[in-house]
Design a protein around this ligand. Structure first.
Ligand code: ADP
Ligand code: MG
Length: 771
């Protein structure tokens, strides 16, 4: 019983999503059904013993929808397969076909609509003596042409809307198509009745007034609107397509000493891949020969090519510049970083933002309410209007308002408001190396007012260097424990060789640089937040910070390290159980971007707190350099979470940026967890946001992105609501008694079409905003 994502075909508006969701939820065995109109996907969690995707598809097929049952989870190895499995290329092709069909309908509809508008304008103009009367001959001709044109519009171009009406009669499910269907059909049937029984009806109603042009123009506008909307919607999702295109189709593999070009699906772990200048890297791996600069901008957003030499990782989708090299394959297919990024972007684009809940709720009940309103309006016109205007005129206005309400009150724009902006926002982020896990995270990020950062790797490079050695073992009567400086480094490096901490790397690489041979270590243990311990040649050694030494009750005077810690250096104390042997100092340089980034965070009104397990003096020195507001030093990993909880208890919305390894609990506990991925092996599932090759200036960009996206969503929602709130009473004729305005259904159709187009257009505009 896993959660899977499927594509849905045939959705036309937000209320379709509600209909499908409700239908699925009624089926026994369905635990979760979440339909997203923006991505046209459903997230399903079903009990396979009770139902199946095929079965569910059958349930919605009579309603005009279907489920694409090939699921989107499992990913193949080659690019086409990979895309197909993601449900991307295929759906894109289908969408393009759908778009082409819509286009041909629009092309046939527009001339008819233009002609109708022309005649309409002429008639109105003539009424006000602006133009000459339409000659009798032509008037008769138009009179007979209109029903034919309207019939074509209604039954050919407007078929989906009629089907919507049919489904409403048959299954009682109404969506936007239903509203348009009822509206345009009513206008048509009323007009047709007049045409057919002109003489008989003459005494009762105004037979001069027909509404064929309403049917023609409304359907034309709405089809045009739908076409433009679909076309733009396709554009909102192009970030994924761009990522997919980064995937090379073939790889140059070295087999039995020969170079062989093979399809990407045939590359396996351990293969040696040759990368020529200018070519793209097909899978993930580690360089075994050669060196080059690799352009990783497509993945990390960093414009500068990155230097790569033996032992460095390379990832699929990046492009080699001028050198050439060979690398050993470590990851293929869905394991590659690129595949994970694509999956993450896709999932995030398909997820629902909390802000959408309201729009969903409204569009769910909108259609039935509007249906009722339209009848109420018709009834009121007849009841109240007849007294003032006479039956004939009241019926005519009532009909106009009835059709107008049905046409204008489509919740389409409401349904598009949030998802289109999220799709653009998430895609824009991905291009900058900002990977967002879900819409909820993107939404929350804009409210953040405290950012908690880790020191090592976030504010500093995370690549400390060994800068000095103090030897306390000399001149003591210690016998075998009397060590030279180099021996101290050798012992330290041997221990640290087993540790993953950045400090450990510093010591090991310094030893390697001095060509020091390492000892073999018999037992080893990492002491979280403090250091390490291990035995070499039967002597037990400890290496770590002052806390470690204090805990062990080993005598040590911190005065000996005070000066250097005040300068931002971190002490690593080497000791045996009884005494300290020496102290090495490591220093990690501050990233210049960090200073700028903290300034920018301040500009956004955000407080920056630094949390570190490092020495207090060291931490404060770095904090002052970077401009941090508050420093919490010498904390144990578990206390990092407590500090975050403390801030949250003060009512702060906290984002925590860390390396994601020993900061995992804190990242998870923060309102928004931000993993700073420095390596290429990224645990992108662990945090709400992952910054690729990140320095914290990217965090500033992420927050700006969130703000921009949320503003976009709010604008969209405002316009969608505003337009319905104003449009419905206007179409209903509420303002007629006061201002004498009654919205013609023709304008209702135009407004309705434009509202969706403008919402999608506004979302697309977010693409061009600078971060
Ligand atoms: P941070 O990520 O903020 O440095 P950690 O909990 O990873 O926090 O480490 C806290 C402190 O413990 C380090 O600053 C260092 O002084 C000490 N420490 C941790 N691991 C080691 C190690 N392998 N070697 C030496 N010191 C270590
Ligand atoms: Mg750490």
């Amino acid at each position: 019983m896993t959660t899977q994502t499927y594509r849905i075909k045939g959705m036309h508006c937000a209320s379709c999503a509600t209909i499908i969701e409700k239908t699925f939820k009624k089926v026994p065995g369905v635990h979760l059904a979440e339909v997203n109109y923006g991505t046209e996907k459903v997230k399903l969690n079903i009990d396979e013993t009770k139902t199946s995707p095929e079965n569910l598809s059958k349930k919605i097929e009579p309603l005009g929808y279907s489920l694409v049952t090939q699921n989107a989870e499992s990913m193949g190895m080659n690019e086409d397969e990979h895309a197909a499995h993601l449900g991307l290329n295929r759906s894109k092709k289908e969408k393009l076909a759908e778009l082409a069909e819509m286009k041909s309908k629009v092309i046939s509809a527009i001339p008819l609509a233009v002609f109708s508008i022309f005649v309409m304008v002429w008639e109105i103009g003539a009424k006000f003596n602006l133009f000459l009367e339409i000659p009798y001959f032509w008037e008769e001709f138009f009179h007979h042409l209109s029903p034919i044109m309207a019939a074509y519009m209604l039954f050919v171009v407007g078929r989906p809307y009629l089907l919507g009406f049919y489904r409403f009669l048959r299954y009682g499910k109404a969506n936007m198509d239903t509203l348009i269907g009822i509206g345009t059909l009513t206008a048509f049937l009323y007009s047709f009745t007049i045409t057919a029984f002109e003489e008989t009806l003459k005494p009762f109603i105004n037979v001069e007034q027909s509404y064929y042009e309403v049917t023609i123009i409304v359907i034309a506008f709405i089809s045009l609107g739908k076409y433009l909307e679909t076309r733009s919607k396709l554009k909102t999702g192009d970030a994924i397509e761009k990522l997919l295109n980064l995937q090379a189709k073939t790889a140059l593999v070295e087999r039995d000493g020969k170079e062989l070009e093979v399809p990407i699906g045939e590359v396996v772990h351990g293969d040696l891949i040759i990368v020529k200048p200018g070519s793209s890297i097909p899978v993930d791996g580690v360089i075994t020969e050669g060196a080059s600069f690799v352009d990783e901008s497509m993945i990390s957003g960093e414009p500068m090519p990155v230097s790569k030499k033996i032992g460095d990782s390379v990832v699929a989708g990046t492009i080699n510049t001028s050198g050439s090299f060979t690398f050993r394959v470590t990851k293929v297919g869905s394991e590659t970083l690129l595949a994970k990024i694509i999956k993450m972007v896709e999932d995030a684009q398909g997820s629902k933002a909390p802000i959408q809940a309201l729009a969903d709720k409204i569009s769910g009940v909108f259609v039935p309410i509007v249906l009722v309103l339209s009848f109420v309006s018709l009834g009121l016109w007849l009841l109240v209007g007849t007294g003032y205007l006479g039956f004939s005129q009241a019926l005519s206005f009532g009909l106009v308002s009835f059709v107008g309400i049905l046409v204008i009150a489509c919740p389409c724009a409401l349904g598009l408001a949030t998802p289109t902006a999220i799709i653009v926002g998430v895609g824009k982020g991905a291009r900058e190396g900002i990977l967002i896990k879900d819409a909820g995270t993107l939404e929350k990020l804009h409210k953040v007012n405290v950012v908690v950062v880790d020191k090592t790797g976030t504010l500093t490079y995370g690549k400390p260097e060994l800068v000095s050695i103090q030897n306390f073992s000399q001149g003591q009567t210690l016998g075998i424990l009397e060590r030279s400086d180099l021996e101290l480094v050798a012992i330290l490096a041997s221990l640290e060789n087993k540790s993953e901490h950045p400090i450990a790397h510093a010591i090991v690489s310094s030893a390697k640089g001095k060509n020091i041979n390492l000892f073999s270590v018999q037992t080893f243990e990492a002491i979280k937040g403090k250091g390490v311990k291990g035995t070499i040649l039967n002597v037990e050694y400890y290496a770590g910070n002052t806390k470690l030494i204090k805990d062990l009750n080993i005598p040590f005077y911190t005065t000996s390290i005070e000066k250097e810690t005040m300068e931002g250096k971190t002490p690593v104390i080497l000791a045996i159980r009884e005494r300290v042997l020496g102290v090495v100092m490591v220093a990690d340089a501050v990233k210049p971007e960090a200073i700028e980034a903290v300034k920018n965070l301040h500009k956004l009104g955000i407080k920056v707190v630094m949390l570190t397990g490092d020495n207090k003096n060291t931490a404060e020195f770095i904090a002052k350099q970077v401009g941090i507001d508050e420093v919490v030093a010498e904390v144990m990993p578990e206390d990092k979470l407590n500090k975050i909880k403390e801030l949250q208890a003060e009512g702060k919305i906290v984002a925590m940026a860390g390396d994601g390894v020993n900061d995992a609990p804190a990242l998870a506990g923060a309102d928004v967890g931000i993993a700073m991925a420095t390596g290429t092996d990224v645990a992108i599932e662990s945090a709400g946001i992952t910054l690729l090759h990140g320095d914290i200036s990217k965090l500033v960009k992420a927050i700006k992105l969130s703000k921009i996206t949320m503003t976009g969503i709010k604008q969209n929602l405002f316009w969608a609501f505003f337009y319905n709130v104003v449009g419905i009473p206007l179409a209903g004729g509420l303002f007629y008694p006061i201002f004498g305005i009654l919205l013609s259904p023709v304008f209702a159709g135009f407004a309705m079409a434009m509202s969706s187009v403008s919402v999608v257009g506004n979302s697309l505009r977010l693409k061009t905003k600078k971060l």
